[in-house]
Design a binder for this molecule. Structure first.
Ligand SMILES: NC(=O)C1=CN([C@@H]2O[C@H](COP(=O)(O)OP(=O)(O)OC[C@H]3O[C@@H](n4cnc5c(N)ncnc54)[C@H](O)[C@@H]3O)[C@@H](O)[C@H]2O)C=CC1
Ligand SMILES: N[C@@H](CCC(=O)N[C@@H](CSC=O)C(=O)NCC(=O)O)C(=O)O
Ligand SMILES: [Zn+2]
Ligand SMILES: [Zn+2]
Length: 379
């Protein structure tokens, strides 16, 4: 039955309140308006940023909402003026848009895009500042411009990457967030060079993707730092060559790393979202040139600090969003790299469940053994 132009009723996991279990509901999804695309989501993974917003610590968190931003699907219909995708195209929704026209996109200095950011931060669509999701007439907020914990979602056309239709959607859904973030932090943000010494704080999916990126960039030493020693066995497969557990030492972890590396590392990456670890990650960098990249997302009210002397003496503090990748242009390239076996994806997927088990999937995510859990959206 043709659904174009019709309201679609489908299943979605709704977050009604912070930390209260998600509820699988029948949700009405309105047709796409001008510049919008309605996507049938086939697979979505869970990212720690979903859990962060669900926890109530995200200043942009709005409830009730439909979370989810690491997914893949097929275009169901498009609104007026949409030219770059059409029904049937295989796509990855991109929480980081790329309009190619705004001040940010044209700057050549950043992957951030300003076109729809105010709307996505407010949980609505740009056109009419309203949501396309409702339950019996009551609106449900969008999340990160993607809301992939729904069998159908509506996104802005500047937030859709069209990909190779041969690519397995149950795998490449991971290219919506965590894996590109880690790879890009190394390749685009830090620009790690051959022979460099790298320290990675936090060996979850993002930290392991940093390791994979650092190995491919030719780093000579890749030191993984995690409070869970069980992470090391897995981390070796992604290129981590040495492991340090801060719990094994009495002295500050930055001092441990400085002692291990003749003065400090060339590059460090914080992949946890802990502001005190962010300080350690900066201070373990080598005087004169060491660069530390913040990837982890810290809760509302948290602030970073260090002695300015750390920067005066040449250390550089940076951050990255989506690894600096331009989403619509480069996600298809990452898909192609996966198809050519040049980057890993399968190795990050430790669990597969269906959307009805989404609360169990979040429980798993908080356990040490889970990297990414992929949910099949149609049971
Ligand atoms: N900037 C961006 O564009 C993005 C940021 N993120 C953020 O990146 C962070 C990491 O994400 P995931 O890898 O999925 O998380 P994860 O929870 O799977 O991994 C975190 C790791 O840090 C370790 N850890 C926790 N506390 C520690 C401490 N004090 N010292 C050392 N290790 C510690 C844990 O044992 C775990 O292995 C999250 O904050 C997430 O929100 C995720 C995607 C994109
Ligand atoms: N609303 C949050 C923002 C958290 C954040 O920094 N998000 C990252 C992506 S995390 C993905 O899993 C990001 O890309 N930020 C750039 C942006 O424009 O949002 C908060 O305020 O803490
Ligand atoms: Zn994410
Ligand atoms: Zn733009």
């Amino acid at each position: 039955m043709a659904t174009q132009g019709q309201v679609i009723t489908c299943k979605a996991a709704v977050a009604y309140e912070p930390n209260k279990p998600l509820v699988i509901e029948d949700v009405q999804v309105a047709p796409p308006q001008a510049g919008e695309v309605r996507i049938k989501i086939l697979f979505t993974a869970l990212c720690h940023t979903d859990a962060y917003t669900w926890s109530g610590k995200d200043p942009e968190g709005l409830f009730p909402c439909i979370l989810g931003h690491e997914a893949a699907g097929i275009v169901e219909s498009v609104g007026e003026g949409v030219t770059e995708v059409q029904p049937g195209d295989h796509v990855i929704p991109c929480y980081q848009a790329e309009c190619r026209e705004c001040k940010f996109c044209k700057s050549g200095k950043t992957n951030l895009c300003g076109k729809v950011r105010t709307a996505t931060g407010a949980g609505v669509m740009m056109n009419d500042r309203k949501s396309r999701f409702s339950i019996n007439g009551k609106p449900i907020y969008h999340f990160m411009g993607t809301s992939t914990f729904s069998q159908y979602t509506v996104v802005h056309d500047v937030s859709v990457a069209k990909i190779d239709p041969q690519a397995p959607l149950d795998k490449v859904c991971l290219l919506g967030c965590g894996v590109p973030t880690g790879l890009g932090a190394v390749w685009n943000t830090a620009k790690v060079e051959p022979g460099a010494i790298v320290a990675i704080f936090g060996l979850g999916t993002v930290g392991l993707a940093v390791a994979e990126g650092a190995k491919s960039a030719g780093a000579s030493r890749i030191i993984g730092v995690d409070i869970d020693s069980k992470k090391f066995d897995v981390a070796k497969n992604f290129g981590v060559s040495e492991f340090v557990n801060p719990k094994d030492y009495d002295k500050p972890i930055q001092q441990v790393l400085v002692d291990l590396t003749d003065g400090g590392v060339d590059y460090s990456f914080e992949c946890i979202g802990n502001v005190s670890v962010m300080r350690s990650a900066l201070e373990c960098c080598h005087k004169g040139w060491g660069t530390s990249v913040i990837i982890g997302v810290a809760a509302s009210g948290q602030e970073i600090s260090t002695r300015p002397f750390q920067l005066v003496t040449g250390r550089v503090w940076k951050g990255t969003a989506f690894g600096g990748f331009k989403s619509r242009s480069q996600v298809p390239w990452l898909v192609d790299k996966y198809m050519k076996k040049e980057i890993k994806i399968d190795e990050y997927i430790t669990h597969n469940l269906t959307v009805g088990d989404i609360n169990k999937a979040f429980d798993l995510m908080h356990e040490g053994g889970c990297l990414r859990c992929v949910l099949k959206m149609n049971e």
